[in-house]
Ligand binder design. Structure first.
Ligand SMILES: C[S@@+](CC[C@H](N)C(=O)[O-])C[C@H]1O[C@@H](n2cnc3c(N)ncnc32)[C@H](O)[C@@H]1O
Length: 240
């Protein structure tokens, strides 16, 4: 069977809830870029998965909807909401169209490790622009495109510092990891860093910050080879 986000949804939800260091770090990186008080703010969490970020932002007082094309992911998010209500709402939807979301209806769009999954980045960024109010903000993380390019691996040349071997950064497009324990076995859309920036600018977003956070102590304890490289890219931008 070929894996998709829907077929790995149970595994992903369990993994996130068990508390992997990398997921906790990714979550903290994104949440750290958002206000702690979101009362009165409307938020769309694009590619919400099982709802980890969605629930956290609801907890800050935001009125939030999480969307994801995987019905099984949304099932996990709704089940979590039922057992511990946060006020978050969910819909099955595609980030490339956001058909369930009204135009000009949110002040914030968050996308945690999700835009690297949409097949058409320009369509997704156009849809985000449509649903944001003027001046609204998009804050997102993606696996760092420079180091998590297709088939990147750790060097095994015995050097003192483990390095990342990246051979196909320029080859944009869909690829699937052969790692049976990784989320990217469901596939991933590789894009160059310049592509993210260019698509945002072309859709009238002003980039406010770009960050490449160093892995925190939890990540390094679990994966020491990651100490010198940023696992994620964090971009915050504002709609004109
Ligand atoms: C790595 S998970 C991240 C989930 C969640 N944001 C988190 O941080 O835990 C990537 C998510 O992107 C979703 N995704 C895949 N294709 C998508 C699309 N076209 N539009 C929106 N989300 C998509 C997947 O279903 C999956 O839930």
């Amino acid at each position: 069977m070929t894996d998709t986000w829907d077929t790995i949804a149970d595994w992903y939800a369990e993994r996130v809830r068990a508390g992997s260091a990398m997921h906790a770090f990714a979550h903290d990186v994104l949440l750290g870029r958002l206000p702690t008080d979101l009362r009165g703010q409307r938020i769309l969490d694009l590619g919400c998965g099982e709802g980890l970020i969605t629930r956290a932002l609801a907890g800050r007082g935001g009125s939030i909807v999480g969307i994801d094309p995987s019905p099984r992911m949304i099932g996990h998010a709704r089940a979590a909401e039922e057992s511990c209500p946060s006020g978050a709402r969910y819909a099955v939807d595609d980030g490339c169209s956001l058909a369930t979301v009204e135009s000009g209806s949110v002040e914030w769009v968050t996308a945690g490790l999700a835009l690297n999954n949409v097949p058409d980045l320009a369509a997704a960024v156009g849809a985000v622009r449509r649903v944001l109010v003027p001046g609204g903000q998009l804050v997102f993380t993606v696996p760092h495109p420079c180091f998590e390019a297709p088939y990147a691996r750790w060097s095994d040349d015995g050097g003192e510092l483990p390095g990342r071997v990246v051979g196909s950064y320029l080859a944009e497009g869909f690829w699937r990891s052969a790692n049976p324990d990784g989320a990217r076995r469901a596939g991933n859309q590789h894009r160059m860093l310049s592509t993210y920036v260019t698509v945002l600018v072309e859709h009238g977003f002003a980039i406010e910050s770009v960050a490449e956070p160093a892995p925190d102590a939890r990540v390094v304890a679990e994966q020491p080879q990651r100490a010198g490289l940023p696992p994620f890219l964090l971009i915050s931008c504002r709609r004109s």
